[in-house]
Design a binder for this molecule. Structure first.
Ligand SMILES: Nc1ncnc2c1ncn2[C@@H]1O[C@H](COP(=O)(O)OP(=O)(O)OP(=O)(O)O)[C@@H](O)[C@H]1O
Ligand SMILES: O=C(O)[C@H](O)COP(=O)(O)O
Length: 395
């Protein structure tokens, strides 16, 4: 991949695709890790006299203008972190974006509104995506791909725009790929992957390929309940991907065949509702009452998971073990993070919320070998897949 060193950016309009998909509480950013990670590339380009146009997505507004997913709060925080003003365009490729870009002087930075307010961004139809990509590309003369967390998405801003403009990979993408490449080439064994979080449907998909690469797969968080159900247990109101139960039964059989150890929670914190102060109790993972939902792994599971990490030589962890945003359900995530910090293994944490959890729990970031900004992106990279956003940058 060409790096930004190879681009002559002085005085030119450079579109930077960043991943600024940060957790929000109302319009308060609860963790700005991904914004911080985007700062070096933007600052370098601005410092070299580029007219920098940053674009990114926030949440999943599905092609509709949704005020709660506006990037306006992110623009303010980005400006503070860059130490330079950020002009915010209130649309993506409309009048506001065009006039904001026209008004940019060399060394100035703009952020356009959430890419996913436009249906073309995520469209599965190549032509529809292409039409939107044309309009986005018209804003700029050069393209820099630096949103590592989104490189697994075949979206207009990630995949189609670099086909239309001279392009290069930003420093964040280069650094992330360098670390993850090591894990795909020759990971020290035992190699353990810990999966949790809430994007169950997306992340179940990566398991088939990971089974051929890892020695042990530890599953917690919202991911665990589809496995428990596939084993024939009731999971109450817990997060469940009903339409993937057969697929999961296949994974369980495949893991067994390949000798991959599959570790599931043995107990969970079962709550009456999805709330900070929900009444809850520890129950066996095989006996979740019908009117309860599992919001964290229980104490026996924490001990079990920590034990399964103790002898690992390489660990990749994506996805919190529970709803860590609520203090009462953060214990499982803390236990796994602490086990990683205590281990001598090469440890990589991936994902916006997983990294945010580490920081929220006050754990030392340097306790891990690497904290990646990519969750799904890192997992798909580790599967050995060609990621659309990286392939487009390599062309
Ligand atoms: N048992 C559970 N039930 C419901 N939600 C859960 C449960 N366990 C974890 N979560 C939620 O999962 C979310 C994070 O999941 P997600 O898959 O987005 O991880 P991530 O690390 O951010 O990865 P990515 O970067 O791909 O988004 C958190 O907001 C957390 O509250
Ligand atoms: O949070 C992430 O993993 C990235 O920002 C991609 O978001 P997405 O899963 O909604 O495409």
């Amino acid at each position: 991949m060409r790096t930004i060193d190879s681009l002559d950016v002085k005085g030119r309009r450079v579109l930077v695709r960043a991943d600024l998909n940060v957790p929000l509480d109302g319009d308060t950013i609860t963790d700005d890790g991904r914004i911080r990670a985007s700062v070096p590339t933007i600052n370098e380009l601005a410092g070299r006299g580029a007219r920098v146009i940053v674009c990114a997505h926030l949440g999943r507004p599905k092609g509709k203008v949704t005020p709660e997913f506006s990037l306006a709060p992110v623009a303010a925080r980005l400006g503070e972190l860059l130490g330079r003003p950020v002009r915010f365009a209130s649309d993506v490729v409309g009048d506001s974006a065009r006039s904001t870009v026209e008004g940019l002087a060399a060394g100035e930075v703009a952020l356009i509104e959430n890419l996913r307010f436009e249906p073309g961004e995520e469209s599965k139809d190549d032509e529809a995506r292409g039409v939107f990509a044309d309009r986005l590309a018209e804003l700029a003369e050069l393209y820099v791909g630096d949103g590592f967390g989104a490189v697994h998405r075949k979206h207009a801003s990630v995949y189609d725009v670099p086909k239309r403009l001279p392009h290069a990979a930003g420093g964040l993408v280069v650094a992330e790929v360098e670390v993850l490449k090591k894990l795909t080439e020759d990971p020290a064994r035992p190699y353990v992957v810990v999966l949790g979080g809430a994007k169950v449907s997306d992340k179940l998909g990566v398991i088939a390929n990971l089974l051929g690469k890892v020695d042990r797969l530890v599953i917690g968080g919202g991911m665990a309940y589809t496995f428990l159900k596939a084993q024939g247990h009731e999971v109450g109101n817990s997060l469940l991907q009903e339409d993937q139960l057969d697929q999961v039964r296949g994974f369980i059989a495949e893991a067994d065949k390949r000798g991959v150890e599959l570790v599931l929670p043995v107990d969970v914190l079962a709550a009456t509702e999805f709330a900070e102060d929900a009444e809850h109790e520890v129950v066996e993972a095989t006996a979740i009452p019908a009117d309860r939902e599992g919001l964290d792994i229980g104490p026996k599971s924490r001990e079990l998971f920590a034990g399964k990490l103790a002898d690992a030589a390489t660990v990749f962890w994506n996805g919190p073990m529970g709803v860590f945003e609520f203090d009462a359900f953060a214990g499982g995530t803390r236990a796994v993070a602490e086990a990683l910090i205590a281990s001598d293994a090469y440890t990589v944490v991936g994902g916006g919320d997983s990294a945010a959890a580490v920081r929220k729990l006050g754990l030392p970031e340097d306790g891990f070998s690497h904290i990646s900004t990519g969750g799904g992106a890192s997992l798909e990279y580790l599967e050995g897949k060609t990621l659309p956003g990286l392939a487009a940058l390599e062309d």
